[in-house]
Write a protein that binds this ligand. Structure first.
Ligand code: ZN
Length: 203
């Protein structure tokens, strides 16, 4: 297992997913480091390696999700790759890959485009990086509201250092505790370092 985690850290570093600077996280906190998992997920070969490892752990826990749901846009590739890996491992029924999206510029997630969750459908909720778990928690609540049964949450990186609790099993491939600060207490703000919002086109 240690060996697998080392391989996963290696993949993250090789793909340049691990970045250093002054970043605004989606949680509102500022951080010196940032994990841009899309840098890895742009290579489906690496993404599938990560997805297969997550699926191995899900199956080991005797969970058999019928659908994988992730918050768009960040988890779209990840959700598809995990669904593909699950589909390979569970050939008895087709596994669905579904993304939840923020509707009308709001903060709440919806599953749109005529896609439905069946009553009691076992669902794996995924996101790429868990910091506070806010987005994944919203998707867990949404799946439950729609009648599905969220069984677990699966992330590539747990940045909470293991502090996040979804009330259902949580699997992550890498657990990290990175330094982050409220804006008012941020040492890099005090030094006047420009703040970068990851994912924006700004360099
Ligand atoms: Zn700052």
């Amino acid at each position: 297992m240690v060996k697998t985690s080392e391989r996963i850290s290696e993949i993250l570093r090789e793909a340049g997913a691990w970045q250093t600077g002054h970043f605004l996280l989606s949680s509102g906190l500022h951080s010196k480091e940032y994990l841009q998992c899309q840098k890895v997920l742009q290579y489906p070969r690496h993404g599938l390696t990560l997805a297969r490892e997550l699926v191995r752990r899900i199956l080991q826990a005797e969970l058999k999700p019928a659908a994988v749901v992730g918050p768009a846009l960040g988890a779209v590739h990840w959700e598809l790759l995990v669904a593909m890996a699950l589909d390979d491992a569970l050939p008895e029924r087709p596994v669905r890959a579904i993304f939840a999206e923020r509707a009308d510029g709001g903060n709440e997630f919806q599953i749109r485009r005529g896609i439905e969750i069946a009553r009691g459908e076992p669902v794996l909720v995924v996101e790429d990086v868990t910091t506070t778990g806010g987005s994944a928690r919203k998707v867990v609540d949404l799946v439950r509201q729609l009648g599905g049964e969220p069984m677990a949450v699966g992330a590539i990186v747990d940045r909470s250092g293991g502090a996040v609790d979804f009330g259902i099993p949580f699997f992550s491939l890498v657990t990290l505790q990175l330094e982050s600060y409220e804006p008012a207490a941020c040492p890099w703000c005090r030094q006047g370092q420009p703040l970068v919002k990851p994912g924006s086109s700004k360099k």
